[in-house]
Design a protein around this ligand. Structure first.
Ligand code: NAP
Length: 286
């Protein structure tokens, strides 16, 4: 199905996709690119890629499928670097966690949204990074959202859909702005809260004691604060407006709760917790 797959950014997301597609037997050749030779050599050792070049243009030349899985802040530079080598058969997609900024980056580089670009976002991941953290089952049964534009070539959309399905994912399409609003609520806000909570606690005078006695609840809530800071800085900046809206909504909820607590309004506190528990239990399938 894919003659030459080029993965730019062979980390958790790009590496896991390469591994899944290799296992599925749908790629003839997989070429990697990234900044550090060390990570790319490790990707070779692990059998994730067949060869690599740190110059994304050399890696992408002749590829019929190019997946850009670098932090959002690096997308535009990568698009600019590979622009001269994109051929008529090339399909370009990405894995970035916000989509409006990727479309803006494409417009800045190509002058318009190119028909061969299919912006995408796998709703899968862990708090770990680098090719060493990648594994082929990452996308099994997980959702991938594609955000095609009116300009998008339907054959390119089909090819990217088939690629993710071959990796085990369930693919759906969504409009760019809607994607960014939904993900601000379900992923970006929780990450901001986790980073912010851990940072706040760590700056309390008695922080050593707090962390010493922290138990399962803290571990669960704070797990995603172990995610890559560069990646999350880029996501926050890229999806700033949607995240700010969600922070406002969250602060309103927290203020409401503060009022209930001050007034010792047991009934409303219980009502809030019951409502939240019902939603969370439904989500995890209790
Ligand atoms: P990662 O494990 O850190 O991998 C990113 C890769 O990009 C690294 O191999 C890095 O190579 C390379 N890279 C970084 N800056 C680069 C640059 N300027 N030029 C070329 N290569 C560069 O991160 P990830 O978790 O796979 O995330 C990749 C993308 O997927 C991000 O856009 C993120 O928003 C998105 N995403 C992440 C998750 C998640 O849960 N992690 C989920 C969905 C989507 P070097 O090691 O050589 O620097």
């Amino acid at each position: 199905m894919i003659r030459r797959l080029c993965i730019i950014g062979v980390g958790l997301i790009g590496g896991s996709l390469a591994r899944a597609l290799r296992n599925a037997g749908v790629c003839e050749e997989i070429v990697g690119s990234g900044r550090s030779v060390g990570n790319l050599e490790k990707a070779m050792e692990l059998g994730v890629i067949d060869r690599f070049d740190t110059d994304p243009a050399i890696a992408a030349a002749g590829a019929d499928m190019i997946v850009v899985a670098v932090p959002l802040g690096a997308m535009e530079a990568v698009f600019r670097a590979i622009q001269p080598v994109l051929g008529t058969e090339s399909v370009l997609t990405d894995a970035g966690s916000a989509k409006g900024c990727v479309v803006d980056a494409a417009r800045a580089v190509f002058g318009e949204v190119p028909a061969f670009l299919v912006p995408g976002h796998p709703i899968a991941g862990t708090e770990r990074s680098g090719v060493g953290a990648s594994f082929p089952e990452l996308y099994q049964g997980r959702r991938v959202i594609l955000t095609p534009l009116p300009e998008t070539d339907l054959r390119a959309l089909d090819r990217v859909t088939l690629m993710w399905q071959a990796a085990g994912a369930r693919v759906s399409n969504m409009e760019v702005t809607h994607h960014d609003a939904v993900l601000a609520a379900t992923s970006h806000l929780p990450h901001v809260l986790a980073f912010s909570l851990v940072d706040t606690l760590s700056r309390l005078e008695e922080h050593d004691e707090i962390l010493e006695y922290a138990a399962g609840g803290f571990r669960d809530f704070s797990r995603i604060a172990s995610s890559d800071p560069v990646m999350w800085r880029d996501i926050c900046i890229a999806n700033r407006d949607a995240i700010l809206k969600m922070i406002d909504r969250y602060m309103a909820g927290l203020n409401e709760f503060t009022g209930m607590l001050r007034e010792q309004d047991e009934e409303r506190i219980l009502e809030t917790f019951r409502r939240a528990k019902e939603v969370r239990d439904g989500f995890v399938g209790h």
